[in-house]
Design a protein around this ligand. Structure first.
Ligand code: GUN
Length: 298
């Protein structure tokens, strides 16, 4: 069988960012609104630092205002809540993102609940989660939204497809299920306690891997012709590249799955770049709603 099609998330994300940039330019020319995004990072986790830097750079490249708040690891909950209160009240800020995970002394749910629902560009506030599951006007979590855009590009109409998600996180697994259900897929969420996990995966027309375990899903777990979306980003040792070297792999054994799947997202260069592009898109959507402008065509 021929190798699977490699879904180029990087190119797809570049296209979306260009469309976001064009919408920002239009909004700026037709109103006095410049969409603004605030990103809050507590602590110095190196991977989170890289994400935050990339978010700021791409926000500015799209013509938007970007502000960044870096707080020390020992920040207390009250100080973080006070900052969120300020950002909620700042009309030049349309989107607020608090980078997760937060240090142990801070209650994550309390922080997410403090963000103004209309500025919650991550879509993690319980009200946005509720709107997502009930078909309301939600701001939708960025990573799953990016996955849906790529799936629709690949497959067109998703209705009736059997979708299996491996992973039940609030950030990816659960919102991914809501979005696939809204596209009329038949959806299963599998996890570490699932019986016969390999069998469940083999039933999938659409297989979404979001477990955070390097190359856990093997080629023979994939149904021939299935579309595989690999959300995992895992850094592993790569002694073949030299001593102390590392490389990034997904949750899927890519080389194996490539032989079986119809299409597959690589790591890196698949889902990852789509997440920030969708964050920019959500920020523009939020800015329009907050200023009584029509929803952008994004
Ligand atoms: N940490 C890992 N993914 C995400 C995300 O999408 N948003 C936030 N805020 N934190 C994250």
């Amino acid at each position: 069988m021929a190798d699977a099609k490699r879904i180029d998330g990087k190119a797809f994300a570049e296209g979306l960012r260009e469309r976001v940039g064009a919408e920002v330019a239009r909004i700026k020319s037709e109103s006095d609104v410049t969409p603004g995004l605030a990103v809050v990072l507590v602590g110095e986790d190196p991977a989170s630092s890289v994400y935050v830097r990339n978010k700021a750079k791409q926000t500015e490249e799209a013509g938007m205002k970007s502000i960044e708040h870096r707080m020390p690891m020992e920040t207390n909950e009250a100080d973080l809540l006070a900052l969120i209160g300020e950002l909620n009240g700042d009309a030049s800020i349309n989107g607020i993102l608090v980078q997760l995970p937060l240090p142990d002394q801070i209650d994550e749910q309390k922080v997410l609940a403090a963000i103004d629902v209309e500025k919650d560009v991550d879509g993690f506030h319980v009200e946005n989660v509720g709107r997502l599951w009930t078909g309301g006007d939600a701001l939708v979590p960025c990573t799953p939204f990016g996955c849906i855009l790529m799936l629709k590009e690949e497959l067109g109409d998703l209705s009736g497809q059997r979708a299996v998600i491996v992973g039940r996180s609030n950030i990816v697994g659960k919102p991914m299920a809501a979005l696939l259900l809204a596209e009329s897929c038949t959806v299963s969420i599998c996890h570490s306690r699932t019986h016969d996990l390999e069998e469940r995966c083999r039933e999938a027309d659409i297989l979404v891997a979001a477990v955070g375990r390097p190359e856990m899903i093997r080629g023979d777990w994939v149904k021939p012709g299935a579309v595989v979306i690999d959300v995992g980003i895992n850094r592993i040792d790569a002694p073949e590249k030299g001593e102390g070297k590392t490389r990034l792999v997904g949750d899927v054994a890519y080389d194996e799955a490539l032989q079986v799947a119809g299409a597959i997202t690589p790591v890196p260069g698949g889902v990852g770049p789509m997440t920030i592009a969708c964050l920019l898109r959500n920020t523009v959507v939020a800015a329009c709603r907050q200023n009584g402008l029509n929803d952008p065509a994004l």
